[in-house]
Structure formats: C-alpha cells, structure tokens
Design a protein around this ligand. Structure first.
Ligand code: KG4
Ligand code: ZN
Length: 340
C-alpha cells in the first residue's frame, strides 16, 4: 500500500443533505452537497420527503463529485457511506447506493458512523486548519446532535455527555419558529443576536446532572414568555427582536460552555474540537476564543463546509478504516440508532 494514493468515494445521506465527496488520502478533492430546500416551508425536516429527494439527488451528486475531483470511478479504491445514526429512509438511499456501487466496481465497502465522522472531520487535510492532538474533547453541536466526546484516538471514543431531549440546533430552530422566523432559524437568531442586549430577557438554565444537556425546557419558557408579552403588546417581537435573539443566544451558549468547563475539569483535557452546523455560531466561537485566553484551552473549529453534514467527513473515516482494512460486507444494513 506504500506510496500508493488511496481514492475514497464517500456518500452521506443521513438527514436532509445529499452529499458525495472524493478523497485522495486525507485530502478532499471534491465535496458536493445538495441541500434539500423542500423542508423550508414545513419548518423542519419531513422524513418521507427527505428520502425521495435523496433518491433524486444521489446520482447527479456522485457524478459531480467524481467530475470535480477529476477521477474516474474505475480509479476508486473503496466506497465509504453513512450507516447511521439518522433518518431510516434517508440512510437507506445512501446505503443501497454504496453497496451496489462497491459490488459493481468490485472494491471494498466501508461503513461509517456519522457522529464519529463529525469528530474526525478535523483530520481532513487542510492548510488553514490545525489538527487536534489526542486525547481531546469533541463537542458536536447541530440540528440533530449535542454530544461531548472524549476522543482517545481515531477509533476509541467515549460519549461523556449528550442531550436528553432536543439537540442544540433544534433549540435554535424551534425558538426561531416561535419568533416567526423561517427554517433553519439558527443563523438568523445568531445574526440578530449580534445587534441586541444579551441580558435583556433572562431565561432559566436547565438543571441537568453531570455533562448531559436538556434544551426542551428552554423552548417552552421562550414560548410562554413570547405568548405573555405579545398578549400585552402585539408588536413585542418586532420591537424587541434583537434583544430576544441575543438573550436566547446568551442562554444557549452559557449552557454549552458550562458543560464544556465541567468536562475540562473532570478530564483535565483542555483541547476542545467542535463540529456540526452550530459551530458556525458567532457566540460559541467568541466564547471559545475567550476560554483560550482565560483558561488556556486550545480550540479547533473546522472549515464551515466540514462542520455541517457533508461527505468529506465520511471519506476521512473511510480512509482511516481503509488503512486498517476495516471493511464491511454486503450484509451491512442502515442503522437509524447507531451509538458511538
Ligand atoms: O450540521 P447541520 O448542517 O445539520 C444537522 O443538523 O446535522 O446543522 C444544522 C443546524 C440547524 O439547526 C441550524 O439552525 C444550525 O445548525 N445553525 C446555527 C448556525 N448556523 C447553522 N445555529 C446557530 N447559529 C448559527 N450561526
Ligand atoms: Zn450531522
């Protein structure tokens, strides 16, 4: 295997993004993502519509990924795909496609855990990004996940905290919906938050033991607060949007940072790597920068294209497993609940 370039075609279809990437060793030659717009009008992902859209998107997305990488399918070394966790109907599309293609090309098939991929996205070769050193703490924050993971090496990881109910991105999106903002509302709350007073409206923080999170109570308290205030003043949201968003953001970032500080204290590890769509949030980025100075942490934030759901992160795990000859056979099936 020495000196030979390994080309991995990776497929991601766990939620509402259809993505394909080609990696040459640890470098992403292409990373194509087709985001499904159809869910916008429903205020969240509709599973049946997502799997239909994956079926429509998958062939063109794979073609584009190969074309952009300038790689012929006969040059591929292996096919990596997301086995889970995610929406069953969505996972089935990528899993079936990957299995068929590996059979047709007679090359190895590699199953990947989506949560492991979010964490290992930090190892995609990229001149602008420094790579975390083991052991480190990874916090994956997105519309589907909120986890703190102790990462000892590429394949040894332990979930030490996670949300008991809504994911943090869901808390953003549901709060945005209450405020009448379109889906996904996280980026909009972040935008308005930067113009408002974070202490204008205090929201209670949940009391959850250990390193676990809970966000459903916050959503309910925001709903009751907005209902109460709009009963008094129908223009309350419009007149206070920036302050409301800043207050929501302040509460959410405090919840995340409190648990991170606890995790650092508990493990003694000060290297923090974040991933998932909420890593784009200006509040968490600022809080991590402050913690670098104040507490001596080192924070790692991947490029945004590798933070949100994408196939390049599946490809890097595919490459690392390829080097260990960890292959799957054709009996492998999609797994909606797939623990790290
Ligand atoms: O990783 P991702 O693209 O998809 C999954 O959910 O797996 O994450 C999407 C989530 C959405 O909930 C979206 O509102 C949130 O990330 N998000 C943000 C920001 N950008 C995206 N939340 C807060 N602030 C942002 N700037
Ligand atoms: Zn994800």
């Amino acid at each position: 295997m020495e000196n030979k370039n390994i080309y991995i075609l990776a497929i991601e279809s766990s939620c509402d993004d259809t993505s394909a990437a080609v990696l040459c060793n640890k470098k992403a030659l292409s990373n194509i993502v087709a985001t499904q717009k159809i869910h916008e009008e429903y205020g969240g992902v509709v599973p049946e519509l997502a799997s239909r859209a994956h079926q429509q998107n998958i062939v063109p997305v794979v073609h584009q990924a190969l074309a952009k990488a300038n790689i012929d399918k006969n040059q591929l070394s292996a096919i990596a795909f997301t086995r889970g966790p995610g929406l069953m109907g969505s996972l089935l599309v990528g899993t079936s496609f990957a299995k068929s293609l590996s059979l047709g090309l007679n090359i190895p098939l590699i199953e990947v855990n989506h949560m492991q991929a979010h964490i290992l996205s930090h190892f995609i070769e990229d001149d602008t990004h420094k790579t975390p050193k083991f052991p480190f703490l990874a916090m994956t924050i997105s519309g589907g996940h909120t986890q703190v993971v102790l990462v000892e090496n590429y394949f040894k990881m332990e979930v030490i905290g996670e949300s008991l109910d809504d994911a943090v991105g869901e808390a953003y999106d549901k709060s945005a919906k209450i405020l009448g903002l379109p889906y996904p509302g996280g980026p909009l709350i972040d935008k308005y938050a930067q113009l408002g007073n974070p202490k204008a409206f205090p929201f209670p923080k949940p009391k959850v033991e250990g390193l676990n999170f809970s966000f459903s109570g916050l959503k309910t308290s925001i709903l009751y607060f907005i209902q109460k205030e709009t009963a008094k003043n129908p223009n309350f949201i419009a007149e206070n949007l920036n302050d409301i968003c800043a207050s929501i953001q302040y509460t959410i970032i405090n919840i995340l940072m409190d648990k991170l500080k606890k995790a650092v204290k508990q493990t003694g590890i000060k290297q923090i790597a974040i991933g998932g769509g909420v890593s784009a949030n200006s509040g968490i980025r600022k809080a991590l920068e402050e913690a670098e100075i104040k507490h001596g942490w080192t924070a790692y934030i991947p490029k945004f294209e590798f933070c949100t759901d994408n196939a390049a992160m599946i490809g890097i795990v595919g490459y690392l497993k390829y080097m260990e000859t960890e292959f799957s056979d054709q009996s492998v099936t999609a797994k909606a609940r797939y623990i790290l």
